[in-house]
Design a protein around this ligand. Structure first.
Ligand code: S3P
Length: 439
């Protein structure tokens, strides 16, 4: 464990680039690892979670190499031709790797054991086991439906129509990935829209995938027994990583920061919308398309925020951004209420409990409810910070560490975080960029 105190800092200025999108990076490696031929990936996030996906795809037979220029080259194993890994696959902290790869394995005739760290081993996997078992795969899971899990895939699997019981892009993607190697048409019905990178990118890799609407619900159909063709992918910067700098520049007086090339897919852009509703000053410069995704450079200037009731229907489009939104709310004038956030309790940590405890320790008034937090804003007054000798518990959760780092910038005494190492799962350059922007 590496503890660190994030001290109050002057304005964030200049121009920064945050790393590639985590969701898109996972998918680029997986789909390129299934295509026959060579794909190239530019801007891949080189964080631990994505490297876990790369290691797994290698174990399935894909050849994956990083060039000296930072471009990754992937020669796929071929859909239907995955090798059975000799050892258990250690997924580390990565829920996305685990759930999506379980989908992939489910429709191949191989047996794979998935393991993970203490955080991942506590997270619910029945949400993927249920649909994949309906398709014919079998599972030996630990008590409570958690990792370690041994998965016996089956080929051919059975196509299903599955209505998502929770709004989850990981579950949606797991079923679609299983459907890729399953004869017939596998359908996912999505009552609430979630991030659609799988759909966009699979179409680019040559899969036959249709997205329609029935009675107000999204219906995604994937045609099985597919062949994927290689493709070059350019990964835009991760809006979930940019979020920390959007909030930091908003709450630190005098800031004027440009964040380059940020992905603004509407299924991810909820935080931008909510911050603007609260009064943030965020401009979009040079809007364009990169790798089939809308992107822009964001110009973020300090602004005094006002608390709001956050519309729960926006939650899926900003599901990973609530920890840092709570920090923004702590600096706002008035009260911010969030509801409908049960899913935050089963992320890398229980993010409602972790952030309520962390912000309270740093001197913020917070009320915790089953499905959300109410934050009593300090009207721009800096937070007291963590008391001498005390530190925020990160709970193996990168986003708790980075959110409380941002809180430290707008504090009197700084915020001590007990363990910064989880930051490497998604944003290895975070600490350096923070120094750079505040220099
Ligand atoms: C992700 C989906 C979301 C998100 C996670 C990445 C993805 O999880 O929280 O960080 O890449 O599909 P859920 O599907 O559990 O909502």
């Amino acid at each position: 464990m590496t503890s660190h105190t994030f001290a109050p800092q002057g304005p964030l200025t200049g121009t920064i680039s945050v790393p590639g999108d985590k969701s898109i990076s996972h998918r680029a490696l997986m789909f390129a690892g299934l295509a026959v031929g060579q794909s190239r990936i530019t801007g891949l996030l080189e964080g631990e979670d994505v490297l876990a996906t790369a290691a797994a795809m290698r174990a399935f037979g894909a050849q994956i190499e990083r060039g000296a220029d930072g471009i990754w080259t992937v020669c796929g194993a071929g859909l239907g031709s995955l090798l059975e890994p000799k050892l258990a696959l250690d997924m580390g902290n990565s829920g996305t790797s685990t759930r999506l790869l379980m989908g992939l394995v489910a429709s191949h005739g191989i047996t794979v054991t998935f393991t993970g760290d203490a955080s991942l081993s506590g997270r619910p996997m029945r949400r993927v086991i249920d649909p994949l078992a309906q398709m014919g795969a079998s599972f030996e899971a630990s008590a409570g439906g958690t990792l370690p899990i041994m998965l016996r895939g089956i080929a051919p699997a059975v196509p299903i129509t599955y209505r998502l019981p929770v709004a989850s892009a990981q579950v949606k993607s797991a079923v679609l990935l299983a459907g890729l190697n399953t004869p017939g048409i596998t359908r996912v019905i999505e009552p609430v829209a979630t991030r659609d990178h799988t759909e966009r990118m699979l179409a680019g890799f040559g899969a036959t995938i249709e997205v329609g609407n029935e009675n107000g619900e999204t219906v995604i159909s994937i045609h099985g027994d597919a062949d994927l063709k290689p493709m070059d992918v350019t990964v835009p910067a991760d809006p979930s990583s940019a979020a920390f700098f959007m909030v930091a520049a908003t709450i630190v007086p005098g800031s004027d920061l440009i964040i380059r090339n940020v992905g603004l897919n509407p299924t991810r852009a909820g935080l931008l919308h909510v911050l603007r509703q609260m009064g943030a000053d965020i401009g979009e410069l040079n809007p364009r398309e990169v790798g089939g995704e809308p992107v822009a450079d964001l110009r973020v200037r300090h602004a005094q925020l006002t608390g709001i009731d956050v519309d729960p229907s926006l939650a899926p489009a900003m599901i990973d951004e609530f920890p840092v939104l709570f920090v923004a709310a702590a600096l706002a004038s008035g009260t911010t209420r969030t509801t409908g956030l049960d899913e935050l309790r089963v992320k890398e940590s229980d993010r409602l409990a972790a952030m309520a405890t962390a912000l309270t320790l740093a001197g913020v008034r917070v009320d915790e409810y089953d499905d959300g937090l109410t934050i009593h804003g300090r009207s721009g007054e800096p937070l007291p910070g963590t008391p001498e000798g005390a530190s925020v518990a990160t709970r193996l959760d990168h986003r708790i560490a980075m959110s409380m780092a941002v809180a430290g910038l707008a504090s009197i005494n700084g915020v001590c975080v007990d363990d910064t190492s989880p930051i490497n799962t998604s944003f290895p350059t975070f600490m350096g960029l923070l120094d750079e922007a505040a220099a």
